[in-house]
Write a protein that binds this ligand. Sequence first.
Ligand code: COA
Length: 434
Amino acid sequence: MENFSEIYKQKLTSAEGIAQMIKSGYNCASPICMGEPVDIMNAIARRVKNGEIENIKTNGTLNIGNRDYFNEEFAGKFDFRSWFFGAGSRKGGQEGRFDYFSYNYSDYPRIYDMRNDLDALLMVVSPMDEHGYFSTGAYFGETLGMLRNAKHVFVEVNKYMPRTFGENFIHISQVEAVCENHEPIIELPVSSISENDYKIGGYIAEMVPDGATIQIGIGGISGALGKALADKKDLGIHTEMFSDAMVELIECGAVTNERKTFHKRQSVSTFCFGSKKVYDYINNNPSLVMLPVDYVNDPYNIAKNDNFISVNAGLEVDFFGQVCSESIGPVPFSGPGGQFDYVKGAKMSRGGRSFIAMPSTAKKGTISKIKPMLTTGAAVTSHKNEVDCIVTEYGVAQLFGKTMRERTEELINIAHPDFREELRFEAKKMNILI
Ligand code: COA
């Protein structure tokens, strides 16, 4: 067997050493959130600041923490392009300093293939094994798409990155240089569960059969749903994001993966994001498989699971059933992520249902999230022809298969009572209700 630790030593340098290999004009990319090597990125930013290199671009997804290069002084010198705004990158996106891609998560790898313009892939990995493989650990997503197209690949080894299984391995022979930086993996701040979240979780749980395979998206509702599903039997997991809610459902025995009709006895995911509990659970755990997002989020693969239940959050919905989950009017908030992949996949699954959950109001009850028309400029994340159920604390509006008038009635019935009269008035003005 080749001596991979010798090869590792030859490739080992510092974050600064890797930053030295980045040249002016490079288009760089890092995988989602915890896959971005912060030490290397900061070292590149220092070179840009010192005027050693210029015109650098980088691509990232769901960036939570701050980065030096997010600061205004880097505009035009070290430009960030987002694939999904997170708390760290949102402000720059809203101020127009960051450009962004807005596509279904399942399409990210094919967009990297189509553009074929990546100079450097920079990523965090777990420590190398005796066969020379690094696991990407808590993330995978679009990494293969980046890997296929990047001219140079650099990794930051972090002993805190869990080792997970699936297709998510990269070999030392594919890597140009390695550095080490051991820091706890970024955690998703746990949102408190409101009374409304519990009500919403309860309505959805009533419609989830035992044996269903579930996907739960990002946002406040996921914690409540995890609790609401605790009494179910033999649930399965096929989800883009594996979160605390999933770990809780496994630990309480609600998830067994035994009745899945696709990847039976395995939880399937493409990234894991949550508290340390999630990272401890997934470490060296063969019951979870990490697979590429164009496979996990492919609606045809989602649909291979019978009774597929997809639950995602939304920002607003209109009488047509168009759901916006990514912007507030024209101002970007997050991104489409895989929401539509799952709305579509659940619809194609035998017995499948999709739910878009949202409290009935925003901004301390001053805004109804159910609207006659979406706010001007709001992006349609989930198309009216595919949306199935909308859930608020007032119940479930089942839209799919209904007429325009029926849909509007369903939606007004789950709007906050303070807004129902006004919504009815608008629906009459639009000749939807008579
Ligand atoms: N009009 C104006 N502001 C609104 C609003 C509306 N209709 N709806 C929500 N907001 C504001 C809230 O007040 C809150 O503001 P704050 O940050 O100042 O408190 C903010 O928007 C976020 O709303 P909240 O309900 O707390 O969001 P969340 O954390 O539960 O996340 C989504 C909900 C929709 C943003 C999130 O699920 C998402 O980004 N989805 C993207 C697509 C997706 O579902 N992908 C698949 C799963 S990963």
